[in-house]
Design a protein around this ligand. Structure first.
Ligand SMILES: [Zn+2]
Length: 332
């Protein structure tokens, strides 16, 4: 049993309060290995941004939960060594059961998501409430994210064939009954790199898919119901076309890739949305650079020679997100 405070981590409580009143969103970046963690910390130290390190079910399976916990502890020391102490949250992404959330809390996570969004409403309330009661009664308060509404797309083990938007009429009841600390809502973002089917989009003059806009009307309705309450957006990669083209140039094939335009995320970040989850963009950046090395230097076989450039690109991308999309730069 480890408390996150022993690891030098913080929960999301004060960070979200500041983000909502300051009109910016915290970055929530997923990590599975050392290079991703280094890139995230380098970018956030350089831009002086607080950060949420996210661990998905897939990451726990891939990398081992204890190892990831200790990497987060290492991240705190790494940031210090880089010259600037930033607030770091270790967050469970899409916790699928009470037991998984409990396990992560006892391991040293400072924040967990319980995702009951696929359940009937009353069951989602009961499950989320149970996790909140456990998390909030710890010696050091662990924050909990719940979800209402279902996102489309695929992210590790999370998949939903069809999305349904969050019902603003449900949010007061849900937040009141569960005592959740933040709420993920569905307003048109989506997991993965192909967020919409081509027939849902229009095409610009260059033939590039333009997605349907986010449902800001739903976001505004939600904000009216629970003013100032921290809102979370999942599936918020922009799927930069440069990376898609680079991957395809170097032998990859990623047809019909489309993400959420950065201007829309910037607009969302200025509202009560205070946490924006970005994973696919990082995957694309790393894959593009690794493919480039493989094609341009076929005799290269030192993993550092392709993971290094991938890490450098990831850092650049995340610094850009903090500066220009989320507005979290300078807030640590
Ligand atoms: Zn998600």
């Amino acid at each position: 049993m480890t408390s996150y405070k022993e690891l030098g981590l913080v929960n999301t409580k004060d960070l979200f309060k500041k983000a909502v009143s300051g009109g910016y969103a915290l970055p929530a970046y997923n990590f599975n290995n050392m290079e991703q963690m280094q890139a995230i910390i380098q970018a956030c130290v350089e831009t002086k941004s607080p950060v949420i390190l996210q661990v998905s079910a897939g990451a726990r399976e891939y990398a081992n939960q204890n190892l990831l916990k200790n990497m987060a502890r290492g991240a705190v020391e790494y940031a210090h060594e880089l010259g600037y102490d930033i607030p770091i949250v270790l967050h469970l992404d899409h916790g699928g059961s009470f037991e998984i959330c409990k396990d992560c809390i006892e391991t040293g996570f400072s924040s967990v998501m319980i995702d009951g969004s696929h359940l009937p409403y009353d069951e989602n309330v009961a499950l989320t409430k149970k996790v909140c009661e456990f998390a909030h009664s710890q010696k050091d308060y662990v924050t909990v994210e719940g979800e209402l509404g279902v996102l489309a797309g695929v992210e590790d083990d999370v998949s939903a064939e069809h999305s349904h938007y969050t019902q603003p009429s449900e949010v007061i009841d849900f937040v009141g009954k569960t005592k959740v600390d933040s709420l993920a809502i569905s307003i048109g973002t989506s997991h993965g790199r192909a967020k919409f089917k081509p027939e849902q989009c229009t095409r610009n003059a260059d033939g590039i898919l333009i997605p349907p806009p986010l449902r800001f009307d739903i976001l505004e309705e939600v904000e009216k119901k629970i003013p100032g309450f921290p809102i979370v957006l999942h599936g918020s990669s922009s799927v930069p076309i440069e990376y898609v083209h680079m991957i395809e140039k170097y032998g990859g094939k990623l047809s019909d890739s489309v993400g959420i335009p950065e201007e829309q995320l910037r607009r969302a970040a200025k509202s009560a949305v205070c946490k924006i989850n970005i994973d696919s963009d990082g995957r694309l950046a790393m894959t593009a650079l690794i493919r480039k090395v493989f094609i341009e230097k076929p005799d290269e076989f030192d993993p550092r020679k392709y993971l290094g450039p991938a890490r450098a690109e990831l850092k650049k991308l995340y610094a850009h997100k903090n500066q220009n999309v989320l507005g979290s730069a300078g807030q640590a």
